[in-house]
Design a protein around this ligand. Sequence first.
Ligand code: SDX
Length: 431
Amino acid sequence: MAKHTVTVTDNATGKSVEFPVREGTHGPGAVDIKTLYQEFGLFTYDPGFTSTGSCRSDITFIDGDEGVLLYRGYPIDQLAEKSSFLEVSYLLMNGELPGKQELEAFTGSITRHTMVNESLKNFFNGFHYNAHPMAMLTAVVGSLSAFYHDSIDINDPESRELCAHRIIAKMPTIAAAAFKHMVGEPFVYPRSHLSYSGNLLNMLFSRPSEDYEINPVAEKAMDQLLILHADHEQNASTSTVRLAGSTGTNPFAAVSAGCAALWGPAHGGANEAVLRMLEEIGDVKNVAKYIEKAKDKDDPFRLMGFGHRVYKNYDPRATIIRKTCHEVLNAMDMADDPQLELAMKLEEIALKDDYFIEKKLYPNVDFYSGIIYKALGIPTQFFTLMFALGRTPGWVAQWMEMVGDKEQRIGRPRQVYTGAAKRDYTPLDQR
Ligand code: SDX
């Protein structure tokens, strides 16, 4: 088949140049414009990168129109139903589902790295009890590099893999420590005989004063939520991890930068914002008023948990989480949870409203996840931290892929300068 190219013509000079199109396995190809500036002395302009690919990747594929999400080619609904978070983590990092021995070895490695240096606990004492959990996570994850900086060689694949295992293993321990600091209870150490999600629940909710029994429904729901959040192409936080990592910084610092980006309410902070929005709406009778506010250009209010840069159809994760939400609430005898009822009513009205239909705004992964986290006993301000726990294997897999990609260089976007024209300094007595 003839090579696919795109011709760019500058009508100011009449110069035309053909640029090659890089085709992918699925989805749109990309015009390779690496030499555009060299050929035309011009940059591209694409704020928010709506039409710009920053890299090639083998890890995740999203079809926003069809509502498809694949991790290494496997549909998210199959993984959510049949896999486990650690198996999905292995898949994202290695490209293939593990065999029995590989999964045992990987699980064993993660289990062996769940402890954190005892002196790390002192970091939490510097935080006020009501510090936002994402402030604590961002700070403490970044500080992990202080314990390993002399043993990290990011150019050695084995060293990269060890860092990746350490980060995946230690995130729940750090997350639970942040929770215990907030509630003023003693930290709970990881337990090697528990599953990844069971260990997380135990570190969050067990207390020295009584036995804690892990609810299997909660353990399964937690594991599924982590799977659903594990990766999502080049979203804002993953792109941040890649950009930070492209400078050669250590992966703990790059993941800390990812945590900071995820915290924003337009991104991973949306799950917390959804619950606060439901609290603000308060009652089904107020839904119509808030839908109008969301449509009002002069009103900054947005329907949190709705809309997506890529999904212009239902977010497949929202479909799965919506089902799990009902299962968990039924299992916890909370089926008549008023916030779930309110969320269902809000979804029903919004999906029939022309504004949301025309702008293709559907519920995304954050719309229902907070309701499940709340049912599992996790406070609202911790929801984004749970998102970060899920996204960690995606962040480290994308970081590993970027560091190993010969084509990748330090990320350094250009700009269109629209500031003052060149001028001379005016002495103070002449201003
Ligand atoms: C995540 O990228 C990822 O993959 C992210 C993520 C992941 O897994 O990593 O999927 C996780 O971040 C999910 C999104 C969570 N955020 C929210 O739920 C916050 C609410 N949603 C929006 O802020 C918004 O929809 C975004 C940020 C998600 C997407 O923004 P875009 O693609 O930049 O779209 P836009 O802001 O340009 O909106 C297009 C139009 C605008 O109206 P017009 O200017 O064209 O008239 O739709 C409107 C917006 O005003 N709009 C909304 C809306 N979202 C978009 N109006 C009301 N309520 C909303 N939620």
